[in-house]
Design a protein around this ligand. Sequence first.
Ligand code: PEP
Length: 253
Amino acid sequence: MRNKFIAGNWKMYRDVEESTQLAEAIKNILKDVGPSEVEVAVCPPFTSLCAVNSVIKGSNIKLGAQNIYPKQEGAFTGEISPLMLRSCGCAYVIIGHSERRQYFGETNESVNEKVKAAIEYGINPIMCVGETLEEREKGVTNDVVKAHVEGGLKGIPKEKLQHVTIAYEPVWAIGTGKTATPEQAQDVHAFIRKLLGALYDDAAAQIVRIQYGGSVKPDNAKELLNKPDIDGALVGGASLKADSFEAIVRFNK
Ligand code: PEP
């Protein structure tokens, strides 16, 4: 069965010293939580990856990046390669976050290239999908999510699918304080799992973890995370404080 997976997306917050302190606090507060219960990852900015890795190495907390460039090395000024992420200890990378689609022109095609590169170099992608408010109001949520999932996973063979986490993040719920109701989220998660079943097969679809993201907080985590197809959370704002992140990780307590 799928274990729950909670990842903190620190976005462009926390310098090296602040990241180190936050990572220390999270490591200490969650030291009794093992991956068979809940898997936990933190995704600091690039500049803090190595420092945070030194803090969490040997603990149950995994490290993730927030972006990747899909080439091993080369003249790509300002970009960060999969090997560089690996050398900092990254086990995960967030790909195609809606902020990157909105502000940095990421498309299903570029997301697909990044997902492929991450898998090739042994980093597990957390691939973000989700509709805008306008799209939800137009009734095209499933069409948008289908295009994101199909486009992002194009060419990924069945035996590699186990490395992929999908994060369903309705754009209207990110950083807004508006959360999808557990029922709204479950409906889309079930839709994604059915889609994976059609694209691959049911066994493959059952292995993929689908996180929910969008204003997850200590007071709504339990209801969301107890839905059958919600396998974890990608947490933004509430991951920047050790106590609120802890409360989400311990959602069933
Ligand atoms: C996110 O950044 O992926 C996110 C879901 O942010 P927040 O929890 O702040 O809505």
